[in-house]
Design a protein around this ligand. Structure first.
Ligand SMILES: *Cc1c(COP(=O)(O)O)cnc(C)c1O
Length: 374
């Protein structure tokens, strides 16, 4: 019998997210609402659909392995050289490439916890150790939901090759501010690469939350990760990218690229999306307005919801989390529970969010006495 590497055998089995159509059929309703994966609710941009239709005729050919047109468009958009850009099959794959490029067995990857679920998994595949630094309450009496950058800096040692700072943080939505992040970057040793995972950057409204692309200037051990999956509406096409101050970092990521893994359709769609930035901005503004409404509605219900800078909100429900998520699902609303900690709810359309709030009201009022409050 063949055996997978112990690190791989020990990985949790993939659990597919609930599909809204299946759920709707199962519980006999017309439509289920999916607020579980932080996609935007808008359909693909018109220019994206057009680009996909046009490019479909070329799919008998391999994609451009260097993603030349997209790389040039990104370089221009961010005011960097093409050599500072590495495009990948989703930002998740770029994360994996970073671990492959920088982590020999026995080295480590540091990050806050709870944060993006992929970080520990990709470390495990790379054979790297993890240094997980607990989140701390962002305001007095709050649940732990915010990066502790001094503790993260203190956790870094001679084995730490990579540090992920997810800003805003998935799943809590909180963001670190400029002064504390600059102080942190000043402290990190030059031989450790700091990756600012800014998958939700486009939803940031607080001017004090720094733009990683500005922060990385003059700091060769800092890189920024962005994605077309969230604000730009291309989750199904898989395009993410890294911007690095030091071209050697982008080069290392490119060297670990799975050949042709960013498809022709994905590249064309991403270029078209970048050219539609005004429309994307308008959509993000709508998401941000709805985020404010949803947050206010949840707080009106006595829930301790932190300010989110992303396109989701975090309900720190603690031990009640799994039960509440299951009860919501029975009412045709799919959210993302983190057992024992909290529920992440994507900001949907106002109609979807009203369905969620209605379901939540039913769930919270039907909870056993004494279970209310957080
Ligand atoms: C969604 C997400 C990504 C990007 O995922 P891809 O779809 O692979 O581009 C990266 N980081 C975080 C924190 C995310 O939430």
């Amino acid at each position: 019998m063949v055996s997978a590497r112990p690190a791989v055998a020990a990985m949790p089995a993939y659990r597919p997210g609930r599909n809204p159509a299946d759920l709707a059929r199962e519980i006999g309703v017309e439509r289920a609402v999916k607020l579980a994966s932080n996609e935007v609710a808008f359909p693909p941009l018109p220019a994206v659909l057009q680009a996909i239709a046009t490019t479909a005729a070329e799919t008998n050919r391999y994609p451009d392995n260097g993603a030349t047109v997209l790389t040039a468009a990104l370089a221009e958009r961010y005011g960097v050289q093409p050599a500072q850009v590495a495009v990948g099959c989703g930002a998740v794959t770029v994360c994996q490439q970073l671990a492959q490029a920088y982590n020999d067995p026995g080295t480590s990857i540091a990050f806050a916890w709870r944060s993006f679920e992929m970080y520990p998994l990709l470390a495990q595949v790379a054979g790297a150790r993890t240094q997980q630094v607990p989140l701390v309450p962002g305001s007095p009496g709050a649940a732990p939901d915010t990066h502790d950058l001094p503790a993260l800096a203190a956790a870094i040692d001679g084995t730490t090759r990579l540090v992920f700072v997810c800003n805003p943080n998935n799943p809590t939505g909180t963001a670190v501010r400029r002064a504390e992040l600059e102080r942190f970057l000043d402290e990190v040793p030059a031989a450790t690469l700091v990756v600012l995972d800014e998958a939700y950057r486009e939803f940031v409204t607080d001017p004090d939350v720094p733009d990683g692309v500005e922060l990385m200037r003059g700091r060769p051990n800092v890189a920024v990760l962005r994605t077309f999956s969230k604000a730009w509406g291309l989750a199904g096409l898989r395009v993410g990218y890294l911007l690095a101050e030091d071209p050697a970092v982008a080069d290392a990521v490119r060297r670990t690229h799975v050949p042709f893994s960013v498809s022709t359709l994905a590249q064309a769609a991403a270029v078209a999306a970048l050219a539609s930035e005004d429309e994307v901005r308008a959509r993000c503004a709508a998401v941000v307005a709805e985020r404010a409404r949803l947050t206010a509605e949840l707080r009106r219900r006595g829930l301790a919801v932190a300010d989110s800078q992303a396109n989701f909100v975090w309900l720190p429900l603690g031990e009640r989390t799994t039960d509440v998520a299951a009860a919501l699902e029975a009412r045709a609303v799919i959210t993302r529970p983190f057992a024992g900690e909290g529920l992440r709810v994507t900001v949907g359309t106002p109609e979807e969010d009203d369905v969620f709030l209605g379901a939540l009201d039913e769930v919270l009022t039907s909870e056993p006495a004494g279970a209310a409050g957080t």
